[in-house]
Every structure is written in structure tokens, then in C-alpha cells.
Design a protein around this ligand. Structure first.
Ligand SMILES: Cc1ncc(C[n+]2csc(CCOP(=O)(O)OP(=O)(O)O)c2C)c(N)n1
Length: 375
């Protein structure tokens, strides 16, 4: 496997020193290394499309080639800037895309990765973005990076290096991470569930939030039909919830969101604030990280979600930092003016033995749609 220090040295040697993107667990160790050592200039982005834009700005200002890392699911978020900003047919911006390959055909992966895994290479071909694979061997990796750099310089448009699982060696963070808050996401979910009537619809975001909600139901032997577990489509749970809330005004609709997911599609807050559904409760579990992909920092510590929500039109927005504050909020939930936001400040991390939903997305959809038909 390729060692992190070797990979970073190869990149620096080729004057590739600026990197931006949204994480994938495949880049977990690479990101730990660059954040710990500060060897690359790193700007974490809120969406992959935004990362392409940041990279373009860097190129315009420095004439130097930027790198954009993303999960292949984020290629979807990048297609617009890739075709209308970076492509040679328009401005022509050379950027090295480091794309992790989830759902690689022939390898077992989660349902949300299957389709994109199958079409990733075809999509790159359609986009006229040449690609190669990052070899786990240092000498071969050096050759691929050299080849990529030559292409980027000669053609002035993007080139992709595909990174498969287990190409980069694992590494432990040396940085001391202080957890300011005491509640875990799973504890917060349990407290909320214990104080709901049980007939509310819950739309939960991708990653560990949906996995934990699913397991909380299993542990309590509760039915899953009230929950819609969004296992991909990062940032979309609030939009899904809005679509339901507007058409089912008599049902209480809850969003269990993550700070990274909200940041990825923050425009949805404005749409919710414009349409003002009176039955929508937006709960954000804010751990200031992309916990599900390895705990990389988000920028939520400098974004005041409660003020943003209120400025967008939400009728109430509160912050809970302790168990007591959370319990108080859920106990008084029927008095909250909606759309209402609650930001629950939680600590990073989750249980080691956390499972995954055992129901398929189709089974989940069918049961949930039936539930929505009931009054
Ligand atoms: C478009 C897209 N980019 C990246 C990912 C990889 N990914 C899955 S979960 C996740 C982190 C979500 O962070 P947050 O919403 O803060 O929730 P947390 O994991 O902290 O609970 C990421 C980056 C993805 N699924 N989709």
C-alpha cells in the first residue's frame, strides 16, 4: 500500500500543493495526514461542485494546478462546474481530480454506491476527462502522477486519478481532539425518540445518523415504517422532508440532519423559510465533522445555523448543548413555532459495532409511503 508521506512527497515534487474537496472514507488517512502535518494547503469544501470552483479560483490567481478530492458520488455534484467552468470548451482549468471509487463493480458495497460505481468511468469518458488509477506502489504511483501532470500542463483541462479502496496506508491522527460536548448522536436520537408520540415521520440524513436511527428502532423493537433512511443523496433529507411536509400538513415531519449535510445544500433552508411548513422540525446533529467518513472537520463552527435559519424565515431556532436542554426542547415541542430548527451540539464518534439498515431502500420506501397515506 502507498504510504501517506510517500504520496504527499510525490505530489509536492510535482508542485501540486493545494487541495480542496469533500471527504470519502477512502481518503480518511490521506486527510488525517495532510491535516496533521499541514504539508498541503487544504481547504475543506461544503460540496464537490464548490470544491471545483475553489480550485478554479486558485488556478486563476496562481497559475498553479490545484487538486480536488471527492467520492465518486460527488462527481454528480461537480458535473456542472466541470462542463461549464473547467472544461476546455469554456475556460479550460487544469485540475487534478482525485476520485475515490465506491461501488467498484465486482466489490461489495452499499446500495447507494452501486449505480455510480458502475458508471463512474463511463461518466469521465463522456466528460472527456482522461483518467488513470493510483497504484499502491510508490514507483508506479510516481509515474502516474507524472503522466497526469504532463497532461494537465499540456491540455489545460481536468485529469482524474481514481483511488480504489485500500490503496493508501492507514494512519493514526496525532492531533489531540478535544470533545467539548457530552452527548453522542445516538444518545441524542434516543432522547428525541423517547419523547415523540411515534406517529411522526422522520427523514434521516446519510451516514451514521440513518444507521443509528435504524438501530435505535431495532433495539426498541419498533417498526421502521415512520422513518425514511436516506442512505445517499447527501444534503437531500431536508428537501425530501419539505416535499412531504407541504403535501401532508397534518403530519409532523422531522429531519434528522448532519452539519455537513446541511452545509452541502444550505439553499434548502431558504426554500423551507419561504414556504413555511407549519409541521416541519429540522434537527441538526452538529459535531463539526464529517463523522461518517472519518471525522474530518466541517466549517460548521463558523456558521451559525440558528441565525441562518431565522434569517431564512424559520419561525424558531434553538441550540441544545446538554441532555437537559435537549429533553426540555422535545418536551415542549408542541409549542415550537414551525418551521422550527434545533441544533444539537454533539461529540464526534459512534459505537464501534454500529450496523447498517437491514431493510433495502425499496422496502423502506414502500413501508414509508404506506405510512404517509394514513391520516
Ligand atoms: C455527494 C456526496 N459527497 C460525499 C459523500 C460521502 N459522505 C457520506 S456521509 C458524509 C458525512 C456527512 O456528514 P454530516 O452530515 O455532518 O454527518 P455525520 O457523518 O457527522 O453524522 C460524507 C462526506 C456522499 N455520500 N455524497
Amino acid at each position: 500500500m502507498l504510504k501517506n508521506n510517500e504520496l504527499i512527497s510525490l505530489l509536492i515534487k510535482k508542485d501540486l500543493t493545494f487541495v480542496t474537496g469533500v471527504p470519502c472514507s477512502i481518503f480518511k488517512d490521506f486527510l488525517i495526514y495532510i491535516n496533521d502535518t499541514g504539508k498541503l494547503n487544504h481547504v475543506p469544501a461544503t460540496s464537490e461542485g464548490e470544491a471545483c470552483a475553489i480550485a478554479s479560483g486558485y488556478y486563476l490567481a496562481t497559475k498553479k494546478i490545484p487538486m480536488v478530492y471527492m467520492q465518486n458520488s460527488g462527481l454528480g455534484n461537480s458535473i456542472n462546474p466541470l462542463t461549464s467552468l473547467l472544461d476546455k470548451a469554456i475556460y479550460g482549468i487544469p485540475a487534478l481530480l482525485l476520485i475515490s471509487w465506491r461501488g467498484e463493480p465486482g466489490k461489495k458495497d452499499e446500495p447507494q454506491h452501486i449505480k455510480m460505481g458502475r458508471i463512474t468511468l463511463k461518466l469521465l469518458k463522456t466528460l472527456s476527462i482522461p483518467f488513470s488509477f493510483l497504484p499502491p506502489d510508490q514507483v508506479k504511483a510516481a509515474k502516474e502522477i507524472e503522466k497526469a501532470k504532463l497532461y494537465l500542463k499540456k491540455n489545460g483541462s481536468p485529469y482524474a486519478i481514481i483511488v480504489k479502496k485500500e490503496t493508501i496506508e492507514s494512519c493514526q491522527s496525532k492531533a489531540e481532539e478535544k470533545n467539548i460536548y457530552s452527548l453522542t448522536r445516538e444518545e441524542a436520537i434516543k432522547i428525541i425518540l423517547a419523547n415523540l408520540k411515534g406517529d411522526e415521520a422522520i427523514i434521516s440524513t446519510t451516514g451514521k445518523t440513518s444507521r443509528e436511527l435504524f438501530e435505535c428502532r431495532e433495539i426498541k423493537k419498533q417498526n421502521h415504517r415512520t422513518d425514511f433512511y436516506v442512505v445517499g443523496s447527501m444534503g437531500c433529507s431536508a428537501g425530501i422532508a419539505l416535499g412531504i411536509a407541504l403535501t401532508k400538513p397534518r403530519k409532523k415531519i422531522f429531519i434528522f440532519d448532519g452539519d455537513g449535510s446541511v452545509l452541502m445544500k444550505m439553499g434548502t433552508l431558504a426554500t423551507i423559510g419561504h414556504f413555511l411548513p407549519k409541521n416541519l422540525f429540522h434537527i441538526i446533529f452538529d459535531n463539526n465533522t464529517y463523522d461518517s467518513t472519518g471525522g474530518q472537520k466541517t466549517v460548521s463552527n463558523s456558521a451559525d445555523f440558528s441565525r441562518i435559519a431565522l434569517a431564512c424565515g424559520y419561525k424558531s431556532a434553538k441550540i441544545a448543548t446538554t441532555q437537559k436542554e435537549l429533553v426540555n426542547f422535545v418536551k415542549t415541542i408542541k409549542f415550537q413555532k414551525c418551521p422550527s430548527m434545533l441544533i444539537v451540539k454533539i461529540k464526534r464518534g459512534s459505537r464501534k459495532n454500529l450496523g447498517r439498515p437491514t431493510k433495502t431502500p425499496q422496502e423502506n420506501k414502500i413501508a414509508f409511503m404506506k405510512f404517509l397515506q394514513n391520516k
